[in-house]
Design a protein around this ligand. Structure first.
Ligand code: GCB
Length: 593
């Protein structure tokens, strides 16, 4: 599924704003088929946004089940093509009705929902659009979870990951007009030789057009740089401007399809960058140059909005990333919005693109040792069904992001239970699957502290080692000397065993902004800085370490827990994006590298 972009043949109406809203608090909506008529009541909800922090009623905040959204939509009278409804995401499942008739659905909360509603609407007329968003997570969803019926009959959502289960229409909703014969996919791969860029493309249409014209355009001013034709082929860019970390450098591949009479059928512009990514020995190369990752594991998370996208908030985050000297980030722990990824492409921000496969680990809960609840890889926990959903989800992510130059690696899971042999059976086919879908990027996953070198059973299957470690915090609390010792010993062991590049994808300490101590006590700003310095000394001493992404960019909301004070406080910035002392420290280190 291509990211929809306006073109000579594709038009768009953004449907963001205030929608009618009905949270199905008593779970009767399905039996009553409430989508058949206008939603009851007069409540409204903002789109895009998470539902949870907008209302004062705690039953809405903690509701487990369906939320209904509705609005009237006018199909422009001039639209005589296919009409497509597209939401950037609906967390975690969506069902869509037009005038009370079901037209489509989508499972998976962090990737687009696209439904062709042509046969159900009339140009020039208004229709009633209803979307149900289901926030429930199950054993076979990605991420997994469990809905538990409580003694009083209410439902509780359990899940094993460390961020609040925000729900809603999180990203823009839009109505699109698209030609009936249309480009539905294009794959672009690039390389270069000397100063010449080589661009290969392969385009798929709903129906073969009579001819296809290809143009390479400069993304900045749409000037034509090269031309070619056909559904697949190669075109050269003389004096190529390589896509470069910290700079960017985008081109567009404009694909135009014509019928026998030479009439334009469809036109789409796909942004791309010319760059090469490779892993060689213990190095990660971008355009042949060793790349050292600085930055963070992030979250889509803000006050009021929850996981709702806002361009203004996103821009502020990117400004802070630039200010602090971060050249990269990981989309922990799910795919981020199209807008976010577009910005990374445009500005040369290096992305480790992560799936929503988080919490596949019965031995921990949110980074912390959990209770004894049984094996991870067992029927009813993580099993064949989970793996099947995981596989589809990887395919959808690659489909969405495969042409993005910012994406230099796939992270197919966060902290699964890889201390047990069954993990290999689960992950080997997924690694192979990922490589079969995209042979151009390395594949990784982030390894949990409880599956260190010598215990972990899967890391040799992957190209790069990504480690999340909390020595000095969850283990050896406050003993930074010991933390350094254990960390160094482990990193050297990995280095000797695998000879692969290592990126430290998480390390951090909860820190309450404004709490100070001359004794470096945990939770103080001074301790967070001391903790970072201790880790950095080790990174600088181990050659295989080719990156540091501190946990986390900013404080973020989580479910309740005694180790969570209104959320996770490991941010370098507070939740409202004020720098802690750690931010100043990181800025000093990363801007002078
Ligand atoms: C982890 C998880 C991350 C948590 C973090 C923590 O290992 O990957 O989602 O938020 O630990 O702070 O406990």
């Amino acid at each position: 599924m291509l990211v929809m972009r306006e073109s000579r043949t594709r038009d768009c109406r953004i449907l963001n704003g205030m929608w009618r809203f009905y949270p199905d608090l008593d779970h009767t909506a399905e039996a009553e088929e409430i989508w058949r008529d206008a939603l009851p009541g007069s409540q409204q909800c903002a789109v895009p946004a998470s539902v949870n922090d907008l209302f004062t009623d705690p039953r809405i905040r903690h509701h487990v089940g369906l939320y209904f959204y509705e609005r009237m939509v006018l199909v422009p009278g001039t639209w005589d093509q296919s009409v497509i409804l597209r939401c950037g995401s609906a967390t975690h499942e969506a069902r869509v009705w037009v005038n009370g008739q079901e037209v489509g659905d989508h499972r998976g909360g962090y990737l687009p929902v696209e439904v062709d509603i042509t046969d159900h609407v009339t140009p020039g007329e208004v229709f009633r659009l209803t979307i149900a968003v289901d926030n429930r997570l199950y054993q076979d969803s990605i991420p997994p979870g469990e809905v538990v019926q409580q003694d009083d009959g209410t439902w509780r959502q359990d899940y094993r990951h460390d961020f609040f289960n925000y729900a809603g229409l999180h990203r823009s909703v839009a109505l699109w007009s698209r030609p009936r014969t249309y480009l539905h996919d294009v794959t672009i791969t690039t390389s270069y030789s000397g100063s010449t860029g080589v661009v290969s493309w392969s385009a798929d249409f709903s129906e073969a057009p009579a001819s296809i014209q290809i143009k390479v355009l400069d993304h900045r001013d749409v000037s034509v740089i090269a031309e070619s034709e056909g559904s697949s082929g190669q075109v050269e860019i003389p004096h190529v401007r390589l896509w470069t970390p910290g700079i960017g450098g985008l081109y567009d591949l404009e694909i135009s399809a014509y019928d026998e009479a030479g009439q334009l059928l469809d036109c789409h512009r796909e942004p791309f960058g010319v760059r090469e990514v490779a892993v060689e020995g213990m190095q990660f190369l971008i355009n042949g140059e060793p790349f050292y990752f600085t930055g963070f594991g992030m979250h889509e998370d803000h006050e009021t909005l929850g996981k709702g996208h806002s361009d203004a908030h996103m821009l502020q985050d990117f400004e802070l990333l630039s200010w602090i000297g971060a050249n990269s980030l990981r989309t922990s722990h799910y795919p981020y919005s199209d807008e976010f990824m577009d910005y990374c492409d445009e500005h040369g921000i290096v992305v480790i693109d992560e799936t929503a496969a988080v919490g596949l680990n019965w031995a921990i809960a949110g980074g912390i040792v959990g209770d004894e609840v049984g094996a991870t890889f067992t029927p009813g926990h993580v099993d064949d069904k989970t793996q099947a959903t995981h596989k589809d989800h990887i395919a959808e992510l690659i489909q969405r992001d495969k042409n993005r130059p910012s994406v230099v690696m796939w992270s197919i899971a966060n902290e699964p239970d890889t201390a047990v042999p069954e993990a290999r059976e689960y992950f080997a086919p997924l690694v192979e699957w990922t490589r079969s879908l995209d042979a151009t990027r390395p594949v990784g996953f982030t390894n949990v502290m409880f599956a260190p070198a010598g215990v972990d059973t899967v890391s040799d299957l992957f190209d790069v080692l990504m480690l999340n470690r909390y020595y000095g915090w969850y283990a050896h609390i406050a003993d930074l000397k010991k933390a350094q010792e254990v960390l160094r010993e482990e990193l050297e062991k990995w280095q000797d065993m695998l000879h692969k590049p290592i990126i430290m994808t998480e390390y951090g300490a909860d820190t309450v902004a404004g709490l100070h101590s001359v004794h470096n006590v945990p939770f103080s700003e001074e301790f967070q800085v001391a903790y970072l310095k201790a880790y950095e000394e080790v990174f600088d001493a181990v050659p295989a370490v080719i990156g540091e992404q501190m946990w986390n960019f900013a404080d973020f909301q989580t479910k309740f827990g005694i180790a969570r004070i209104d959320g996770n406080r490991k941010g370098a910035f507070t939740r409202d994006r004020r720098p802690k002392a750690a931010a100043t420290h990181l800025r000093q280190r990363w801007t002078t590298r």
